[in-house]
Design a binder for this molecule. Structure first.
Ligand code: GUN
Length: 635
C-alpha cells in the first residue's frame, strides 16, 4: 500500500497504491466540488501531473441529481477521472454549518457504494476553542466511529486524529486510531488554526500525531492548502495535503506565492511567476472578464502548490530539507515560531535522524542548533565517550592546527569551541563538523557546562583566550608515553558510532591504520592483519565482516542487531537485501543508516549492512527494502 522510497528527517518520498492506482508522495490532492468545478480532474491529471483528487461525499449525497449519477456511474464516472479519488464525509460541513443530518454508517456505506478509493469516517471536528473534556469526548467518539467503519467495510479507511490544541489528547487520539491499524491517517481539526497562522500549534499537533502513528502509514493534513506551510509539515512526516484554497482564493482574486498570498489589485508586479501568469502583468489580469481572471489565478495557485511540493521532494532527495525549512521560516514570523517549537521536540525527532547526511550541514542561524542531529550527537557523546583523563582543555577552533601538534601528548580531553557549540576534538573528524562550511568567528557557547558535567577529569584548563606559547609548562598534564593521536581519535569515533565499549573490543590487538597515498587520510583499519573497518568520507566507519564478528561476539543481544525471519535468511546469506516485512526484531536504539549486525532468530550472524530506517519505521512495514546487506557469511 505505502512504500517509503527516500527519507530526510521524518520527511519521506513514498509510493501510495490503492486499487491498482499509484501516486508518489508528498502529494497535494486538489479538492473538487462536484457542483462547481473550476479545473476539471482531467486537466489536473494531465497539466498538473496529479493522479489523486478529493471530493465530498456528503455534498453528493445531499444532491439528488449528483447522488443518482454517482450511484449509477460511480464516482470515477461522475468526475470522469481514473486516478485515486478520496472522499470526505461531511465532518467539515458540520464544523462550518453546525450540524449534519447524516450518520457515520450511512455516509461510510455511501462512500463504499459509489466506489471511493479512500473512505473518510464522520469524525468529530475538534475546534481550538473546545474545552478539554469536549475534545476528549470527541476523539473517543471519533475512535468508536473508526472502529465501526472497520467492521462494516473492507475499503481503505481514513481515520482522522483529533484532540483540539491539547497535545496529550492528540497523542491519545493518535494512539487510539493507530491501534485500529487503518491504512490512512489524516490530522483533522486544524483548519481554524491554519487560517489564523497558528503554525506553531499545528506543528506541535503534527509531531504529537506522527510520532504515535506507525511510520509505515501515510498521514494527511486536512485542509492545509497554502504552500508556505508545506515544507515544515512534510519535514514532520505529512505525506498528503488537500486543498480548495487554489479555487477559494481565486474567487477573491487572491494569489498564492511561496511566501504568502497577495490580492491581485495590490500588485504592480508579480513577485514570482508561473506559466499561467508569465505573459501578463497584474493589471492585464485585472482587466480581464472575471471568469477568465479567476480561471488564470486558480491555475496559477494550484501550480504554486505543486511547484513547492516538487521543490521539497528534490530537497528530500538531496537530504537538505532542514536547510530549506530554515530558509522558509525567514519569510513569516509564524513559520519561524513554528520552527522554534519544532526545536523543542528534537529529543524525540532524533530517533529518526541518521548520524550523517549526504548533504553537508549548513548553518543558517541559531535555530540550526535545535536540529535533531545535535540531540543525537549529544546522546551518543554522553553515553559513549568514555575516557578518563587528567585534565580537560577547552580551546578555540581557530587553534586547531596547534592543538593537533600536542593532542597525543597531553593527558587531557580537548573540548573545542565551534559555531555548533563545544565538541570533543575527536568529533571534528566526523559529519557534520567535518564538512560543514564555517562562518568566520562565529561561536556558540551555550553547551559548555553541560559538556563539562559529563566528562571525568581533575583539572580544567582554558586556552580560549589564545594558545599557550609554552606548552611544556603544562608538563604535569603530559602523557607518560606518547600515544598515536590517530588511534585515539579513531577509537573515540568507533565508540561514538557503535557504542561505549566498541573501541575496547575492536582495537584489542595489533592495530594498523592504512592511509591513502594521495591524501594521507586514514582509509582502512586492520587488526591482527584482518580488515575490520573502513573510514568513509564523512569520517564514520563502514563495518567489515571481520569487525562485525568481533562486535557480535562481544555485544549482548539485541545490541546492534537486526533479526530476520527464517524465510529471509537464505536470501540474505546470498547477499539479497532485507525486506522490512522479514524483520522480526531490531535494536531500538539504531538510527537510520546505522551499521547493523544481521542475525537469524538464533542470533547467528548472517552478515553486516546498513539499516535504512529506525526501528519504528521498520515495524509495520509491509513493502520495501529495509536493510542493505554489504557482506555476508555463508552457512
Ligand atoms: N476537512 C478539514 N478538516 C477536517 C477534519 O477535521 N475532518 C474531516 N473529515 N475533514 C476535514
Amino acid at each position: 500500500m505505502f512504500e517509503i522510497r527516500h527519507r530526510d528527517g521524518t520527511a519521506r518520498i513514498g509510493v501510495f497504491e490503492v486499487n491498482g492506482k499509484r501516486v508518489e508522495t508528498p502529494l497535494l490532492m486538489p479538492v473538487i466540488n462536484p457542483n462547481i468545478i473550476e479545473i476539471y480532474p482531467e486537466e489536473i491529471k494531465e497539466k498538473f501531473g496529479i493522479n489523486a483528487i478529493i471530493t465530498n461525499s456528503y455534498i453528493i449525497y445531499k444532491d439528488m441529481d449528483l447522488r443518482e449519477k454517482a450511484v449509477r456511474d460511480k464516482l470515477h464516472g461522475l468526475l470522469n477521472f481514473d486516478g485515486i479519488i478520496m472522499t470526505d464525509s461531511g465532518t467539515f460541513q458540520s464544523y462550518v454549518y453546525g450540524d449534519v443530518d447524516i450518520e457515520n454508517e450511512e455516509i461510510i456505506n455511501f462512500q463504499r457504494e459509489i466506489g471511493s478509493d479512500i473512505i473518510t469516517i464522520l469524525d468529530i471536528f475538534s475546534t481550538p476553542q473546545d474545552k478539554y473534556e469536549d475534545a476528549l469526548m470527541g476523539l473517543e467518539k471519533t475512535y468508536e466511529r473508526a472502529r465501526r467503519a472497520k467492521e462494516i467495510t473492507d475499503g481503505i479507511i481514513a481515520g482522522p486524529v483529533q484532540g483540539s490544541i491539547y497535545m496529550d489528547l492528540r497523542e491519545k487520539s493518535a494512539k487510539l486510531m493507530n491501534s485500529l491499524d487503518l491504512e490512512y491517517y489524516p490530522v483533522g481539526g486544524v483548519v481554524p488554526l491554519l487560517e489564523s497562522y497558528r503554525y506553531s500549534t499545528v506543528s506541535e499537533i503534527i509531531v504529537n500525531s506522527r510520532l504515535n502513528i506507525d511510520f509505515s502509514k501515510p498521514m494527511h493534513l486536512f485542509g492545509a492548502g497554502h504552500p508556505m506551510f508545506f515544507s515544515i509539515a512534510i519535514l514532520l512526516g505529512i505525506d498528503f495535503f488537500d486543498s480548495s484554497s487554489y479555487i477559494k482564493y481565486a474567487r477573491d482574486l487572491r494569489m498564492i506565492f511561496p511566501d504568502g498570498t497577495r490580492y491581485l489589485k495590490d500588485m504592480e508586479y508579480f513577485p514570482y511567476t508561473s506559466p499561467y501568469i508569465e505573459k501578463y502583468s497584474p493589471r492585464d489580469i485585472m482587466e480581464m472578464e472575471r471568469r477568465d481572471s479567476v480561471g488564470i489565478i486558480a491555475r496559477h495557485n494550484l501550480y504554486m502548490a505543486v511547484d513547492e511540493i516538487r521543490r521539497i521532494k528534490s530537497f528530500i532527495r538531496e537530504e537538505s530539507l532542514w536547510e530549506y525549512v530554515e530558509e522558509r521560516s525567514r519569510s513569516h514570523p509564524a513559520l519561524y515560531q513554528a520552527l522554534k517549537t519544532v526545536g523543542k521536540y528534537s529529543d524525540l525527532l532524533e530517533e529518526h535522524e541518521p548520524l550523517y547526511r549526504n548533504h553537508p550541514l549548513f548553518y543558517t542561524g541559531n535555530e540550526t542548533l535545535d536540529r535533531p542531529i545535535f540531540s543525537l550527537m549529544k546522546k551518543r557523546f554522553y553515553n559513549n565517550y568514555n575516557y578518563k583523563r587528567k585534565s580537560c582543555i577547552i580551546a578555540d577552533e581557530n587553534d586547531l592546527d596547534k592543538i593537533k601538534g600536542v593532542y597525543g601528548e597531553m593527558d587531557a580531553h580537548f573540548i573545542i569551541r565551534t559555531m555548533f557549540g563545544f565538541v570533543p576534538y575527536e568529533y571534528l573528524y566526523v559529519y557534520p563538523y567535518m564538512q560543514a562550511p564555517r562562518i568566520q568567528d562565529m561561536r556558540n557557547d551555550e553547551n559548555l557546562n553541560d559538556i563539562l558535567d559529563h566528562l571525568d577529569f581533575e583539572y580544567l584548563i582554558s586556552w580560549i583566550g589564545g594558545f599557550p606559547e609554552n606548552v611544556e609548562s603544562y608538563s604535569r598534564y603530559l602523557c607518560r608515553e606518547n600515544r598515536d593521536p590517530d588511534i585515539i581519535v579513531r577509537c573515540a569515533i568507533a565508540d561514538y558510532q557503535f557504542g561505549h565499549d566498541a573501541c575496547r573490543h575492536l582495537f584489542d590487538g595489533d592495530i594498523k591504520l592504512i592511509k591513502s597515498k594521495n591524501t594521507g587520510m586514514i582509509r582502512n583499519i586492520m587488526r591482527d592483519g584482518k580488515h575490520i573497518l573502513s573510514v568513509r568520507n564523512d569520517g564514520l566507519y563502514t563495518l567489515k565482516i571481520e569487525g562485525a564478528r568481533i562486535l557480535h561476539k562481544n555485544f549482548v543481544y539485541p545490541r546492534m542487531r537486526v533479526v530476520v525471519s527464517g524465510d529471509s535468511e537464505k536470501f540474505n546469506r546470498m547477499g539479497k537485501n532485507v525486506f522490512g516485512k522479514f524483520v522480526v526484531d531490531m535494536d531500538h536504539s539504531l538510527r537510520p543508516r546505522d551499521e547493523v549486525l544481521i542475525v537469524n532468530e538464533n542470533d547467528e550472524l548472517i552478515g553486516v549492512g546498513q539499516t535504512h530506517f529506525s526501528f519504528r519505521e521498520i515495524r509495520g512495514m509491509k513493502k520495501g527494502m529495509a536493510v542493505e546487506i554489504r557482506e555476508t557469511l555463508l552457512f
